[in-house]
Design a protein around this ligand. Sequence first.
Ligand code: NAD
Ligand code: UDP
Length: 334
Amino acid sequence: MKILLTGGLGYIGSHTAVELIQNGYEVVIVDNLSNSKIEVLNKIELITGILPKFYQKDVCDQHALQEIFEENKDIEAIIHFAGFKAVGESCLEPLKYYKNNIGSTLSLLNVMEKYNCKNFIYSSSATVYAVSEIMPLYEDSPLGASNPYGRTKLFNEEILKDYQTAHPDFNVIILRYFNPIGAHESGLIGEDPNGIPNNLMPYICKVAVGEFDHLKIFGNDYNTKDGTGVRDYIHVVDLAIGHAKALEKLTDGDVGLKIYNLGTGVGYSVLDIVNTFNKVNGNLVKYEFVSRRPGDIAICYASPKKAENELGFKATRNLEDMCKSSYEYQKNNH
Ligand code: NAD
Ligand code: UDP
């Protein structure tokens, strides 16, 4: 079965490509390399023994997508990872985010319709949930994004709902990721952000290899067990397996539109992460407490039950695995 992965050389896309190839799928990748490197393609081949067909194209470009479909008329499903994801940048350049994140979805849907491709998986995010003190978050918890990036995710979900309503034979699975961290056990692929990382684990890794002196922990006065923010961290390989499970369900047919959280259901604090990282990798990460980061919330974790019940998906990798593999990848790519 042939599957098109948009953004397939990025962090989550590359791990999913590996997982799908290892499950016998034929993977085709389109990526414009705006936030990834071409070397990732060879790394996928090194891990799986198979070099996926690759197109360096912009997913917003409908003509380019048509060419891909002309050459691959038997694409059965699309997993749409491509998009920009930096919250801070989205506040400074909202149009760039609306253009890329929404434009790419519209182009894909138009071309899929033309080529009669009816299966779609969308990379959404926990950021679509309204700020709430009530945890865990269920798929039907109130929605309401608080920044332009989050709104592109929310608007894409709405677009997909409208489209599916108009085309009942179109199958969509929306996956809301919580906080993916970790890397493939080979140490060959992982998260490699450009510039100064915004997210916790990439920053910790750069402190561990000496690129930064210490981690700044944003706030120790939250109403949590140790005062630092709590999140639902999920190993990226588990996340990739979640996509394989979703794909199985999707191509069984008659899905309509389904939404699933992909998380573990367990919340860890920033100090839990730093302490576990230091425990498994050696005492490499110093930190200081600084003031809260604007827009941050105290606690966020998923209910993973719906994915467990309906997709048969349950994350199995623990925090130690996440911290070890993140550092392993960072050392190899330093
Ligand atoms: P990433 O930046 O590593 O990967 C995205 C890939 O898409 C990159 O390789 C980039 O070059 C490519 N891309 C971007 N715009 C493109 C376009 N117009 N045409 C072709 N390629 C394009 O990001 P990621 O962490 O792998 O995230 C994948 C998806 O998951 C994104 O949609 C993101 O919003 C979503 N998501 C990520 C997280 C997270 O914490 N990483 C959490 C929730 C949701
Ligand atoms: N965080 C931190 N220092 C950093 C980056 C993040 O203390 O340099 C904290 C942040 O305040 C939050 C947690 O780590 O409590 C996870 O942040 P991240 O940006 O990785 O994910 P998100 O906030 O999007 O859930």
